[in-house]
Design a protein around this ligand. Sequence first.
Ligand SMILES: Nc1ncnc2c1ncn2[C@@H]1O[C@H](COP(=O)(O)OP(=O)(O)OP(=O)(O)O)[C@@H](O)[C@H]1O
Length: 586
Amino acid sequence: MMPKKRLLALVPEARRYMIQKVICHWLSLVAGIVLWFALGRQLQLIREKGTGNGLSSIEPTLLVIALFCILLRFVFNGWIADRGQRAASCVKVKLRSDIYAKIRRLGPSYMDVFPTAELVQLAGEGVEQLESYFGNYIPQFFFAMLAPLTLLLVFLPLSPLTGLVLFLCVPLIPLAIAKVQRFAKKLLSSYWDAYAELGDSFLENLQGLTTLKVYGADARRHEQMNAESERFRKVTMKVLTMQLNSVTIMDFVAYGGSAIGCILTALAYRAGRVNFGQAIAMVMLSAEFFLAMRALGSYFHTAMNGIAASERIFRLLDLPEKEDGSELAGEGISIRHLTFSYDGQKETLSDISLEIPKGSLVSLVGASGCGKSTLAALLSGIRDGYEGDIRFGQTDLRRASRESLRALVTVVPSAAYLFAGSVRESLREGKADASEAEMIAALRRVALWDFIESQGGLDFQLRERGENLSGGQRQRLALARALLKDSPVYIFDEATSNIDAESEEAIMQAIYGMHGSHTVLLISHRLANVVGSDIIAYLESGHLKELGSHARLMEADAGYAALFRAQESLETFGQKTKRQREEARA
Ligand SMILES: Nc1ncnc2c1ncn2[C@@H]1O[C@H](COP(=O)(O)OP(=O)(O)OP(=O)(O)O)[C@@H](O)[C@H]1O
């Protein structure tokens, strides 16, 4: 298997170390050749002069050369390992930073095309396997070409037949590997599929473990995961069997080949074409013809794994990404003929046109699943791939730099993530250099300071996901963090869903307090919260059906008014049913 050009080009820094490794390998081989010929020559002298006359048959120069060669081999072998390590660590650092940079450039939408679990496996084990491809396989590939050629040049003047036969036997190893490769490629692809599938379900089951426990569904999932693990075990065993079988074939060729070399050398010696010392050296070097190619074969399977991983890495690196363009300046948002589909078939948003003037508070309402969050995700750059136009001021969102969009727009979702750490650290995610007074003011705006103060103030330690806060407190803290960022545009996506009335009121007050100074898009399923907004956009199945103030939409008495009345009646549902029960009893 030839080294992949694209892979080599990916980590040019590693090339230097790989070349150095091949050179060290080659020098070590040359030292080995000299060593065996020196020892052979010494044995020849002992044979000629006999051992009866003391040390006269010992040639000190030959022994010094032999010792020097042993020392050289020791040094070169150390360098070989070192250069391999360096090449490998270059590859690890480069590939992991490339993957990380790509994910950053892709932004949050990467998850649509690349599941997180697969990404984690790729950046972890995938990169490890490529490490071996660069650190071992590629240098060995070139050395495996050089070594038999060098030995052929040494053998040719002594016994051309032995040299040529040995040389011609070497390609039997790659031929055997090539046979295995056709089968191996398919097998490795299903190995990776099974691995990724297992990783996906492991991550998902772990994240949803509490839910699984609540519904008593963990045992069923356990069985499912067992079945997936079993599939993975079977395919892993197949991979290992294939590797062991191919090692056996390679050993058969390597040892069989060297045996032929020994026999041919013995024949050449009997025919008087080589002397005793040369014959000894040739016998010892016969195996060297094959060792490099055999080692290449043993790296072959990790290299195949690396190639399979690299194809996935390239699939990730090749994902189209938005060009990071100009700065976003304007704060008013203009949406024209916006159409979006998740699957390229069903339109989730159809031909939406909406103006959100600077400093206004615009609300987006409609039944569940009508496309509100999708619109928020498009405006905040979490998703792209829409048709039509979204402009911030005069700048097209498609041409905006990610950084300027991040600075311009803050999204507050219904369950914002809170990291473990102090409240201070959490708030500083919103504004890195926020002063204590600013933080306390932000917490006051969301009516959370009294509670935080009672818990020891800004040093109060939050647990992972803010688990030691109530749902409402979590949401208020997330809002305080968002307020500290003080971006010109805010999008609140159901920021008050699933929380208590007190928290809801505090949050709505903070949101309405931004009116005029910030551009706000408020998504809320509770229509009572949107009554005071400048404009209400009412969506139905991805279509913008109604647009205007609350009073105007109520007057129009269409979809929005119907939804509003339905909610009002729902809020008095308890009183009505109580009255009905009392009437029935009377
Ligand atoms: N990641 C996704 N992939 C495919 N379809 C999606 C995805 N997210 C949402 N949808 C679909 O898009 C439609 C609109 O979803 P969206 O979340 O925008 O609705 P929504 O109005 O915010 O609903 P809700 O008020 O319940 O939050 C739904 O039919 C939903 O099934």
